[in-house]
Design a protein around this ligand. Sequence first.
Ligand code: GAL
Length: 415
Amino acid sequence: MGFKKLIAGLAMSASFFAVSAVNAADIEVTHWWTSGGEAAAVAEFAKAVDATGDKWVDGAIAGSGDVARPIIISRILGGNPMGATQLNPGTDADELIKAGLMLDLTELATKEKWNDILRPPTQMASCTIDGKVWCVPVNLHSAQWMWTNRKVFADAGIEPPKNWSDLVAAAPKLKEKGIQPLSMAQGWPVGLLIEDLIVAVAGVDNYVNVYKGRDLALASGPEFAKVFSAVDDARKMVNPADMTKQWNEAVALVITGKAAANVMGDWAGGEFQVANMTPGKDYDCLPGLGIEPVLNTGGDVFYFPKNADPEVTAAQLRMASTLIQPAVQVAFNLKKGSLPMRPDVDLSAANDCMKKGLEILDQGSKVFPNNVQMIDRDSLNQINDLFTAFFAAPEMTPADAQAKFVEIIKAAPPL
Ligand code: GAL
């Protein structure tokens, strides 16, 4: 190309950018990614959106999903919508969609073939109601992981645990050395631990049959009694006074060597990365609590509340498209500890935990639904409250807790 042509070309693209800058819009984005690893990851999304000419106006809500979800939903219902918001794949936005408050992404999803390029299909299914697409899935996050600090075990002269049972066996010796065997955070992390123990002890099918199939005989029977006795083991490893307020504080106790292990979703991996720790050397990540490698189809999706300004609508669609671009998917998910939504991306920089997750994902039989894809959020909150009380009240027996758990499952509305 001659010099003149090059200059003319540059001038044209400059005027193109000028036009797109005029049409660009600010998008306020609400999310609950406020821990070290989460903040590093979400900065990648913000960078990618800003690079399109639009402006990511960060609306992080401190705390976690439990705090953020009601704020997000009431803002949209109350007529003060943000430009875009994180939620989990499941039923959390159903009322908002029914009320006609959310932007329909069907045309974009069809044009970009989201159903073909994103996997697993459960995530698009969660975004699709009556054939219309209402959200874009940005990652796959599974909840069934145990995280352990190798140095803590080496210092105590114990082999690092390969699974939950090894941890239970090591607990008395760890306690003797003044180490918390298991760190725990209050609220939903308790529910996460219970579900992980159901999956590890009773198996995936039984978990799904109770949470989705509402099989009350199973929930009150001997398979689940074993689960509640495992929950009792967990309770004995945790001093209620040491329970932290936030999930990442409990992970930090493992990172700093004050606790030996934590059970948390793969987003905990982002915290270990920020601390410059290497899996297999400084810490271990054990899917399925080391008992059976499985993963559930949790994760994050973005919804876009309807906006009267067509320029905002155009920016919302640009953002939806940007979040699933291959390079953006890689940059975000490497920092987040989650798996990218598309297989056609360069994962040469994946760490061992991500590689384990991808391996499980490839064997579809080991993948099962996220809790909120099977049961409503209110029932999940009741389960969290029940087990928070169980942890705090040694007089509550595993059998009492099991009976109360069955009542909650029984009363859960059909999905
Ligand atoms: C989940 C979310 C994850 C992670 C976690 C803790 O709901 O899917 O991305 O952020 O909360 O904040």
